[in-house]
Design a protein around this ligand. Structure first.
Ligand SMILES: NC(=O)c1ccc[n+]([C@@H]2O[C@H](COP(=O)([O-])OP(=O)(O)OC[C@H]3O[C@@H](n4cnc5c(N)ncnc54)[C@H](O)[C@@H]3O)[C@@H](O)[C@H]2O)c1
Length: 296
């Protein structure tokens, strides 16, 4: 009697998670990648298999992040020095990364600074600082990466805006102005970019526990408000890691806006449903925050 050789059992089907798969083997640049949300985005991208360049004006911070994240991730992580206020430097980095890796799949325009306080005490220098980094920095990223992505016929630009780009934000007026501009840039470019196979998303976090909250008006003359600028946040501050997971899930789903956490989504929804009520509440918040600022 002959026996059939036992056929090898088929390997277990690999479970494909589309929210992770979208980043596997892809190339991404994250500006402001040395700290906070950018660092967490870099770690989550690398955990999902991407090749990541953490670009930051603080090269030591970006290098330390890359050294920590890289060895524990399937993707690779490197650091680059970049000041997003320098359009030529942004263009050079995009060109170098895209040539080294044949293509650039993701650009996260995330670098940002916080400028705020009592607007009556702020000078043009305050406005210039936040416009240069938060708005021009994003513009430089788009100007560098979008034409290349159009030529590729693919790519995804993710701009970190803020809930302050969707919602009245007294005592963060210059910051909110730049973030509203980033939302406007993103949703407008998104419609145009779709014609070219390119995606655009604006990330709109509520308050996230990062060093940004302790560096308001850093390097500028006048008052340096601290965390007294924060509204009372039900449920406390969100973590950068949780935000990065929400962000990449939203990017994988090609959302126009990723608003997180849920408390931020609820605030945004409330403003769209009842703007007059929310604006009146914002005035009460402003009175309290200005009182705290002048008391402190
Ligand atoms: N933390 C929050 O509550 C919060 C909420 C909403 C949106 N955001 C936005 O998230 C983004 C990241 O902020 P974060 O909270 O992680 O702050 P963070 O201070 O922890 O990190 C910002 C990083 O950007 C870098 N950076 C600053 N200026 C730069 C420049 N000119 N060129 C290149 N890099 C520069 C800094 O060195 C730092 O590493 C910002 O755009 C911020 O406005 C933050």
């Amino acid at each position: 009697m002959t026996t059939e050789p036992a056929s090898a059992a088929p390997p277990p089907a690999r479970r494909v998670d589309p929210l992770r798969e979208r980043f596997d083997g892809r190339t991404a640049i994250v500006t402001g990648g040395g700290s906070g949300i950018g660092r967490a985005l870099g770690a989550e991208l690398a955990a999902r298999g991407a090749t990541v360049v953490l670009a930051d004006v603080d090269l030591a911070a970006a290098a330390a992040a890359a050294a920590e994240i890289g060895p524990r991730s399937p993707g690779s992580v490197t650091a680059a020095e970049l000041d997003v206020r320098d359009a030529d430097a942004v263009a050079d980095l995009v060109e170098r990364v895209a040539s080294d890796h044949v293509r650039l799949d993701y650009l996260f325009n995330n670098a940002g600074v916080a400028v705020g306080g009592d607007t009556a005490q702020l000078s043009v220098a305050h406005w210039d600082r936040v416009i240069d980094v938060n708005l021009r920095g994003v513009v430089h990223g788009v100007a560098a990466a979008y034409p290349r992505m159009v030529r590729q016929g693919s790519g995804h630009i993710v701009n970190t805006a803020s809930l302050a780009g969707l919602f009245p934000s007294p005592t963060l007026v210059p910051y909110a102005a730049t973030k509203h501009a980033v939302v406007g840039l993103s949703i407008s470019l998104r419609a145009e970019a779709a014609c070219n196979g390119v995606r655009v998303t604006a990330l709109c976090p509520g308050f996230v526990d990062t060093p940004l909250l302790d560096h308001v008006n850093e390097g500028l003359p006048g008052p340096r408000p601290g965390r007294e600028l924060l509204r009372r946040v039900p449920g406390g501050l969100y973590t950068p890691d949780a935000l990065a997971r929400d962000a990449l899930d939203g990017v994988a789903r090609n959302r126009a806006l990723v608003v997180a956490p849920s408390v931020a989504r609820n605030a945004w929804r409330g403003y769209r449903l009842a703007p007059t009520v929310v604006l009146a509440a914002a005035t009460r918040t402003a009175r309290r925050l200005l009182g705290d600022l002048h008391a402190g």
